[in-house]
Design a protein around this ligand. Structure first.
Ligand code: GLP
Length: 251
């Protein structure tokens, strides 16, 4: 019985190991392009952070037509001034909307300007379901196993909500700010349950510093202690790694 379950999980999880982040990005871009060719009005889920940048580079260079696509970002910091260049709304605009030629406003980002963040979170959930759900969700992974900003301990069925950033996450993201003190303490993030509803998940990771967490997430126990381990519960996950990030996977 367990053997059968393990086989089903392995069928659901496809792991591709490429020589470099650029090659992993190009291979992941081919999946996104074929999704959009098959469905020009596809709903794509976009991640921020450095992991998906080679994928966005490859998509920008592909000349693909993304004019019919709509999208949803995974998360947003709470507390940055409006139009702050470090906000994920700004990053999504410059790395995704502008570079790929999406319609202005085609990518939704959680609205953190509403003082009622819980109401905003519920509106975001509704917007995703009103759009028919996410066809293909692009994901990175945090060093502590976070997906979007779902930090260790997040329930595997959690929905969009306010989350407190872990110290490890704030330190990792301090590279985008002048000092650690400037990194926001709160965010609005899609929940693990929200992410698992996307029809196809595409995880990208590169670098030696991700090797441990990639093996824990894909081959360790499924537990809220490692939110990304929830990927093992999804029926269609494609993972693109460079050799360094794949170094701790067992055959
Ligand atoms: C960020 C984002 C995540 C991202 C992760 C990894 O803080 N909220 O969506 O996947 O952390 O970031 P990076 O790709 O820069 O390592």
């Amino acid at each position: 019985m367990n053997g059968q379950k393990d086989r089903q999980r392995q069928d659901a999880l496809q792991i591709m190991v490429l020589d470099s982040p650029a090659e992993a990005g190009a291979a992941a871009a081919a999946v996104v392009l074929s999704c959009v060719q098959a469905k020009p009005d596809a709903v794509l889920g976009f991640a921020t952070g450095s992991s998906p940048l080679p994928l966005y580079d490859a998509l920008a260079e592909s000349g693909g037509d993304f004019s019919g696509v709509q999208g949803f970002a995974l998360d947003e910091y709470v507390g940055l001034p409006p139009r702050d260049p470090r906000s994920y709304a700004a990053v999504i605009h410059s790395e995704v909307t502008r570079r790929l030629g999406l319609r202005p406003g085609a990518v939704h980002v959680p609205d953190v300007s509403d003082p009622d963040l819980d109401a905003s979170a519920q509106r975001y959930e509704r917007a995703i379901s009103d759009a028919g759900g996410v066809d293909l969700q692009i994901l990175g992974i945090g060093h502590n196993g976070h997906l979007a900003f779902n930090e260790p301990g997040a329930a595997l069925d959690s929905r969009t909500r306010v989350e407190v950033l872990a110290e490890r996450t704030r330190r990792a993201n301090a590279r985008f700010f002048d000092s650690l003190d400037e990194v926001p303490a709160l965010c609005l993030t899609q929940g693990i349950g929200t992410i698992l509803q996307a029809r196809h998940l595409l995880l990208i990771a590169h670098g030696t510093d991700k090797a441990d967490i990639v093996s824990r997430a894909l081959q360790g126990p499924v537990s809220p202690e490692c939110p990304a381990s929830a990927l093992q519960l999804h029926p269609q996950v494609t993972v693109f790694l460079d050799r360094a990030a794949a170094a701790r996977l067992h055959p």
